[in-house]
Every structure is written in C-alpha cells, then in structure tokens.
Design a protein around this ligand. Sequence first.
Ligand SMILES: Nc1ncnc2c1ncn2[C@@H]1O[C@H](COP(=O)(O)OP(=O)(O)OP(=O)(O)O)[C@@H](O)[C@H]1O
Ligand SMILES: [Mg+2]
Length: 254
Amino acid sequence: MLLTALLAFILAALFSERRHNEAVLTQSKERLQLVVAELDHRVKKVLATVSAVAANTLAASRSMEQFVSGLDGRLRSMASTHELLSQKRWRGLTLADLAQQELAPYRMSNNSEINGPEVRLTAEAGQAVAMVLHELTTNAAKHGALSRREGRVSVRWYWPLNGNAHDRLVIEWMESGGPSVKAPSRSGFGTSVIEDLIPYELGGTVDLAFACDGLRCRLEIPSDCVNRDILLAANLKDLSSARPGRGGLISYGP
Ligand SMILES: Nc1ncnc2c1ncn2[C@@H]1O[C@H](COP(=O)(O)OP(=O)(O)OP(=O)(O)O)[C@@H](O)[C@H]1O
Ligand SMILES: [Mg+2]
C-alpha cells in the first residue's frame, strides 16, 4: 500500500516536472523565433544600407581610388558603430562614444572638443547620427578645419527647453581655424547624408551652413530617438544643469 502511494507520488512529480520542462521549452522556442525574426530584419536593413551607400559612393566618385577609399571609410564607420552596439547588447549608443569614435583618427591635442550631457540614442537613431558624424568628420579632414594644423572642431549637444519639456535634442558641429569656406558649386554623397538622413530616418531637422570662418551644422533630433530613462532624467534635472557649459555635463577632452 505504502509502496503504491510512493510510486504514485514519484510518477506525479515526474509528470509535473515534464510538463514544466515542456512549457519552458515552448517559451524558449518562441523567444528564439522572435530573436531570429529580429535578426533577419536587422540583417536585411544593414544589407540595404550597404548597397545604397556603395551605389551612392560610386555615383559621387570621380575615380576608382576615390570610390574605394570613400566606401572603405563608410563601411569601417558602420562596422565600428555596430561593434559599439553589440558591446552594449543593442541597448543604444551614447552620443559621446559616437563622436569620439568618428573624431578619433584625427584627434590631436586641442583640435577637438566633445561636450554634452549623457545621452543614449536608440540603436536606429545612433546608427543614423553616426553616419552623419562620419561625413562631417571626413569633410572637415578633407576640406575644412581638420585639414589644417590650427583647425578645430567642436561637437556639443543639449536639450533646449520647450515649455516644460525637453522634446528634442540639439547637436551642434562647429569648425574654426581652417581654410576660408565658401558654399560649394557641387555637392557629393556626403552632403546628402548630412542633410537628408536625419529628416528621412528620424523626422529631425538639419541646418548646414558654409560660414566663411568654418562649417556649422545644427541637428535637431526628436526625443523619441533617445532612450527613455535618460530622457526622464533630463526632464527632471534642474534646467540650468541641462545646458552646455554648466554643471552636470560630461566633458571629454582630447
Ligand atoms: N567642412 C567643410 N569645410 C569646407 N568645405 C566643405 C566642408 N564640407 C564640405 N565642403 C564642401 O562641400 C563639398 C561637398 O561635400 P560632400 O561631402 O558632399 O562631397 P565630397 O566630400 O567632395 O565627396 P564625398 O561624396 O566623398 O563626400 C566639398 O567638395 C567641399 O567643397
Ligand atoms: Mg564628403
């Protein structure tokens, strides 16, 4: 009698464990399917971007050499952004990391300044902003401030207050000390990335100015491109500490 009860108990426990394991397995399979679908979507998007970048770089190149170096630089920048994203497990990209990544090959003592509050962009927004920063940086090195020893680039960002909300992020790129600048008669792929990508992909705005003492570019990015926890912190922060040049900012010297 006792033996029968014991056997029944063991069997019930085994069945219960098996049901539990099956439920866990089903959940894992469903999660795996979601991850594979997401990966599939992201790979397709990356391939479409690479294809568009290659075609546009070719169309804007005057020689094969220019095509190869332009494409190589753009692909390397995309790969570094991907590496940053992967290190952060796709939880977004900080603006400071992106600016440092793009300016790193050209940084010498005192030729660049990166300054702003902590901002973590969503993966999609971070990838678009990285491409724009890449074009601004390579242009500064080819045509602008970074082509001269005494030239300087400043990248800063802040949350302008709109009523009681920080509803957009402003990123300002400013060059100084480079050759005298005039508006170009022809523009290449770089200008179209700078001017069109953020409005098209993120619904932001871009103001690119060929000022004679140095190129300026002002980008405005909607707040939904920023990870929510950081946005909340910016909204709660005392206004004065959310402006550049005041307390609470992170400054990255060379
Ligand atoms: N930072 C800058 N300072 C001065 N002139 C600039 C600057 N950035 C761009 N320009 C001018 O604008 C032109 C267009 O730039 P754009 O990036 O579109 O093309 P590109 O750099 O010549 O070629 P690519 O298609 O490889 O980017 C440049 O040829 C240059 O005359
Ligand atoms: Mg260019």
